[in-house]
Ligand binder design. Sequence first.
Ligand SMILES: [Zn+2]
Length: 498
Amino acid sequence: MSEIQDPNASQQLGLADASGLSNQRSQKPPDPVPTMHRGLPYILDDLGTETSRKQLQTARSVLKYVNDSRVPTLDKTTHIDFLIEPLEDGLSRGFTGLDASRPWLLYWCINALALLGVDVGGYNERVVSSLKPLQHKDGGFGGGNGQAPHMASAYAAILTLVVTSYYESRDLPKDRWMGVYARSFGWIDRQKLLDWIRKTKLRNGGFKVNEGGEEDVRASYCALVILALLGYDEDELRGDVSRDEKPLLDGLLDYFKRCQTWEGGIGAKQHSEAHGGYAFCVLSALCLLGEPQDVLTKYLDLDQFISWLSARQYAPEGGFSGRTNKLVDGCYSTWVGGCWSLVEAAANGIESSGTGFDIDSNVGSLWNRKALARYILACCQDPHGGLRDKPGMRPDYYHSNYVLLGLSAAQNYYYYDNAMSLPSSIENSPFKHGFCWKSSRNVPKPSTSEGIGGGWEEGLVSNERSRVGTQHPLFNIPLHAVAEIQEWWGVAKGAEIL
Ligand SMILES: [Zn+2]
């Protein structure tokens, strides 16, 4: 971490107002506080348990923040300072225990900075030099120097490389653009990485996080993201019969299907408890392998899933919990909010670039975006910078990234475009569906009973200074970075750079 240099990010922000959170209030006349944020729930469980007491305690403490007619503005300046500090000054001794999470720390800070509008390209060269020693001699990436490879480490490492190379190269002429991508990805041993991922494949169709490690759907999602972003094609995934290799994706879709629980949510593996994080992994993985309205209805009971997902948003808090009987937590803004983006795309159907993005939506917006934004802005901003789980908790890099990503989900509508033109490198990719996503700041309302478009949701962003960047709904990195990395693999394969 100490290798990271200053990319002069703060100068590129154009943020004139650097005052504190308490001064960053909307200048417009405040809107009335919606009823759901004005008091405790009408129905309270009179069977007192530790769970119900904690829930009531949390609702009371959060109420003080959300029952305010003025929603705070996102204090970008202090959050940027919080996120740049570890990249510039290194981490304190207290972080020694996170030595196996080096790629994660890079990803969380850098992606969160990108969400806040910082040009993170200046970090690219040092990210490459920080991640190179993590590549294992037998393939894959460890979390720290000399450590065994792990699927989550590899996932975070690849995401960080994709984000920083995109920013570093986006204004460059073609030859220098190629130079940035060659520097960022040319040193990765793709064959050994594929061989290593193959060793984590399970007979039941899923993956485990490493050899001898645990099985969960997070491993499968991370494996698919790595394979998709590093441009592996059908032939590579099919495997070499002479080496007794089997197709890498065999049985995976049915494996995901078995992970849906009796509650309607999705667990870490079959017979596990439904959980927002695992739900996001499965929905995103499914959408990497097919069109959302096909895969989410074929491999899930979508009605049951929506029922469980709806129960994750709480009143008066406005934020999400990750599981039944658990408290609201800012990071589920991504894990649960991200599920809503994909469910809405499936329910509203395909938008085609041939006809343009219209307002012919079936169901419109299915969750309370404004309530989540209120929870995030009022409860998750630490006055000294950084974002957090809930009031009273300390901010951290993980929550900073996933709270901001959730805010992006609340501010944008994502849709699948089956007429999107894709680079030739993707045509033979089993993950091509993952590259057909677009975003809109207009969030549709449902069509009327006569089938007439219902218009757009109004007032989703209370103050333009609270707007964050647009992210890809499956990869959780800036939307346009995903198209660029595919462009690179097309060039690299055509030029036989690989
Ligand atoms: Zn959390």
